[in-house]
Design a protein around this ligand. Structure first.
Ligand code: DGJ
Length: 749
């Protein structure tokens, strides 16, 4: 059993393979947090000693003893306006105008299997490995019941959390804040790691000290956003990739979110995370309930690489629903950067032909194939073929592509509408706008009100028709603006605060229906690149286009940051043309291939424009990718080095689960002359075993690989023990040139 309840001391202990999580109902009935961290036997109850503190109020029954305060006690789910001035997890207003929340334990239940969250994706449990603890608290003044849900995945060291609010009173309640989780950490010295960015520069990793006060990571853009990913890590100040205590908190949610980290007056930490409370309000009629999104939590004492590996495995196994998460996915070519809007069937067929020769397996037709879509000002909403570009229709084009031996994939952006479209002319009220205001435009498009059932139903029918009518094996689901002017014409005034969340629920409902109806279609998520790269979208699409920035050198830091939480198999990554369309930079084709292989791998260019030698290189890249496929998609991932820190190179490594193979990739971003050689300490190998360098390929080196002076150490077919490679290191020859790279493949003897 991974859940134990000590009824005498009212202590709950959740145990996973390497961690312990503990909480207690105290003598006044408050539900307090005791411990989350490395696995222990016994309890840490003794650590939370009673104490008084000036201006921290005492609960009424203890007003004379003044021995403790809600403002100092670690809580499982903090209230508001009831003696704790730190971050609240829950806030609400009753019909009488009473606001805040004062929560007391009333019951609990332990059951096998995993709870689910209503209307939103959450971790599943096909192997029936998980257990659920449900603890219900009652809000004193209103009758609101707050069910705290914990899912324990013992083997995987993951604890999931979600909260269900049930109005068991007789009057309406308005939720004003409903966090998914609160984590109080009483002791320690912590850094916060978060992932910030912008369009074309998503998920930049930043590690900052925790300061006195509150640090916030959030989005109010209606999506999880390019700017702040709904995932944070708290790690001990001394933690590295290899060692040290780290907590991960990842929201399974794609809409407005907010994570606050507060260091309070006594130096303790509180993290509260969930739906953003600004522009949020939810009316609960008597008998109604509301579920928060799920939070995936983990702890490890083994550093950041281990934390990432826990998330990678968990997301692949317990979040990604698609069968393709566990199957070999095709190497694709996408025409976007090859043609933008300027294409016809002949151009597409030419791209497909050349791609097929190189070994590509699927052609994806991107934006511009529908309505009157000749630039990005019109056509969104009209999901029928653009006959000026494809006069023979999609069916013929797909048949021709299939005949070449390629699968066919299609781009759509269902959540949007242009004013210049048939859909808008027919249903102007389906677009989100605030009455009396001109809406803010972005890419000259508006957002469809997906909180409306009729809009969702129409989209389901329209997209289903497309998928039924044509032989489409892949959908790229794009979303190219943030939500503003949030307002729904069919909701009453006191429910307008629900629209942003209802939008997300509508999106999930639509994706639930489509992915269930078309399980054989591979979905790739996208939002102007990686603007909606989150665990909830991974439930539907096992891969998400990582960024609209396809420059391999820029991708190094984007993919580096993304890898902290999300599996390599989920990162859409393509080789594109040079000079790169976003940065104008030239990077050797080989290096572009090495970087795109740390992802789903594909091409975003017209291969006809390559020289014969480059075409040969592309063929070889695809062959290599197939050979390394399992290692890359299912292997353990290690960040070895990062150019942000060393101003020299980035290196990463894949190790197969049985430690029999490893692939090391290195990209030099700033060649350093007269510096010591790069010595890479490999990770995750069997120290006792011998490993043979089966292949070592240099790309873009100024001096050709076969003429680089190589010591014996670096030659292929050399063999070393795992211990030598991990504790000594693998030394690279001097590499110079414009962004040279090397891939080294070693296999256990
Ligand atoms: C944004 C995507 O990220 C691109 O890959 C491309 O599909 C464009 N949208 C098309 O409009």
């Amino acid at each position: 059993m991974s859940i134990a309840y000590d009824s005498r001391r009212k202590i709950f202990t959740l145990t996973t393979h390497n961690t312990t999580y503990q909480m207690q109902v105290n003598e006044l009935g408050h539900f307090v947090h005791l411990y989350y961290g490395r696995r222990i036997e016994g309890t840490t109850e003794y650590m939370h000693v009673p104490r008084d503190c000036g201006f921290s109020p005492n609960p009424y029954p203890l007003r004379l003893e003044r021995s403790w305060s809600m403002d100092l006690l670690p809580q499982e789910y903090s209230g508001a306006n009831a003696g704790d001035f730190r971050l609240s997890s829950l806030n609400m207003v009753t019909e009488e105008g009473i606001w805040g929340a004062d929560l007391y334990y009333i019951r609990h239940e332990i059951r096998s299997g995993k709870y689910s969250v209503s209307g939103m994706p959450s971790a599943f449990d096909r192997a029936r490995e998980a257990e659920t603890l449900s603890v219900t608290l009652r809000e004193k003044a209103s009758g609101l019941e707050v069910e705290l849900l914990y899912g324990i995945y013992e083997k995987q060291d993951v604890i999931t959390r979600a909260v269900r609010m049930i109005n068991n009173g007789e009057k309406e309640i308005y939720l004003k804040k409903a966090a998914s989780a609160c984590l109080d950490i009483s002791f320690g010295n912590w850094d916060l790691i978060h992932f910030y960015g912008r369009h074309t520069m998503e998920r930049q990793m930043e590690r900052v000290p925790i300061i006195n006060g509150i640090q916030t990571v959030s989005s109010r853009r209606g999506t999880s956003s390019h700017q702040h990913n709904p995932f944070v890590i708290l790690c001990d100040k001394s933690a590295t990739e290899e060692f040290g205590d780290c907590y991960g908190m990842m929201l399974v949610y794609s809409g407005n979110h907010r994570t606050d980290v507060e260091m309070d007056q006594s130096g303790s930490l509180r993290v509260v995370s969930g739906i953003h409370d600004e522009q949020f309000s939810w009316k609960l009629e008597p008998g109604e309930s509301f579920d928060t999104p799920e939070m995936l939590m983990t702890f490890t004492h083994q550093g950041l690489a281990h934390l990432s590996q826990i998330y990678h495995r968990f997301l692949r196994k317990n979040i990604c629903r698609s069968r393709f998460a566990r199957e070999r996915r095709p190497v694709l070519i996408n025409n976007w950067e090859a043609t933008y809007f300027d294409f016809d069937s002949e151009k597409i067929l030419n791209i497909a032909r050349q791609a097929k020769e190189a070994g590509v397996e699927m052609l994806v037709l991107d934006d511009g194939w529908f309505g009157r879509r000749n630039d990005d000002n019109s056509g969104l909403g009209d999901w029928f073929v653009n006959e000026s570009k494809l006069p023979d229709g999609l069916e013929k084009l797909i048949a021709q592509i299939n005949k070449m031996g390629l699968k066919f994939g299609l781009w759509v952006e269902p959540e949007m509408v242009n004013e210049d479209s048939e859909l808008y002319r027919l249903h102007p009220d389906w677009a989100m706008k605030v009455p009396g205001r001109e809406p803010a435009m972005s890419r000259n498009q508006l957002v469809l009100d997906l909180s409306r059932k009729d809009v969702g139903d129409w989209l389901f029918e329209t997209l289903s028709d497309l998928l039924r009518q044509y032989h489409i094996e892949y959908i790229k689901w794009d979303m190219n603006r943030s939500l503003s002017d949030v307002y729904s014409r069919i909701l009453p005034p006191d429910r307008q605060g629900e629209v942003s969340h209802r939008y997300v629920l509508g999106l999930y409902r639509l994706l639930d229906r489509l992915t269930a109806e078309f399980p054989d279609v591979l979905f790739e998520g996208c939002s102007g690149g990686g603007g909606r790269f989150d665990a909830a979208m991974l439930a539907y699409s096992p891969q998400i286009w990582c960024s609209d920035n396809t420059d391999a050198i820029e991708r190094l830091s984007i993919q580096y940051g993304t890898s902290f939480g999300y599996p390599i198999s989920s990162m859409g990554s393509h080789v594109s043309a040079c000079p790169n369309h976003q940065t104008g930079r030239d990077v050797p084709l080989g290096t572009r291939g090495v970087v795109a292989m740390a992802g789903t791998f594909g091409y975003e260019m017209d291969l006809n424009r390559l020289t014969e030698d480059e075409k040969r290189q592309v063929r070889e890249q695809i062959e290599r990718f197939h050979e390394y496929y399992n290692l890359i998609q299912d292997g353990d991932y290690y960040r070895l080095e990062c150019e942000e820190k060393n101003h020299y190179f980035t290196a990463w490594q894949f190790v197969s689960p049985d430690r029999s193979e490893t692939l090391v990739s290195v990209v030099i971003t700033r060649p350093r002359i007269n510096r010591n050689s790069i010595c890479l300490r490999l990770r995750g190998l069997d120290p006792e075993a011998g490993y043979v360098v089966e292949r070592q390929e240099f790309f873009g080196c100024h001096v050709q690989a076969d003429r680089i002076p190589m010591g014996d150490f670096q030659k292929t077919k050399q063999s070393y023990s795992g211990a030598v490679l991990m504790y000594g290191g693998y030394v690279l020859p001097q590499m110079s040139g414009n962004y040279p790279s090397v891939q080294i493949y070693l296999r256990k003897r």
